[in-house]
Design a protein around this ligand. Structure first.
Ligand SMILES: [Zn+2]
Ligand SMILES: [Zn+2]
Length: 133
């Protein structure tokens, strides 16, 4: 089997194709495909938290952590990133709709659209004023 074929098998597997179908496309025997896929399933994976080697059991969902302790520790560290939601209510200086934002951002407009419209209006009035006088 060539490396190109191996890569194709990986792609086909990712697309959810069965051994038989892959064998047909690549013109290889079904047993070649299945033994390759089985060896691939045994590829090493590592715990996201402590990086220790994980034993994947066939037919089970892929493990990402070696133990519950690592899983809890990992999510504890990542909680802040997940939880960070805008929580500061401000009134848009253009359309006067209330919108949520981060306090630190100090935004005055609910969208870029309002920001530009506000700018254009101010400049527009100025020009009209100039023409009249
Ligand atoms: Zn671990
Ligand atoms: Zn607005």
């Amino acid at each position: 089997m060539t490396n190109q074929e191996k890569n194709q098998i990986k792609q086909f597997r990712a697309q959810g194709l069965g051994y038989g179908k892959i064998a047909e496309i690549l013109n290889l025997s079904k047993s070649t495909i299945s033994s390759f896929c089985k060896s691939m399933d045994r590829e090493d994976t590592f715990c996201l938290q402590c990086s220790s080697k994980l034993k994947q059991s066939k037919g089970h969902r892929q493990k990402t952590f070696c133990c519950d302790k690592c899983r809890m520790e990992y999510w504890k560290n990542h909680k802040k990133e997940i939880k960070r939601k805008p929580d500061y209510l401000v009134e848009c200086s253009h359309c006067h709709n209330n919108f949520l934002t981060y306090k630190s951002l100090n935004r005055k407009y609910c969208s870029r659209d309002c920001f530009f419209k506000n700018k254009v209006e101010r400049i527009g009035y100025g020009q009209r004023h100039d023409q009249l006088s």
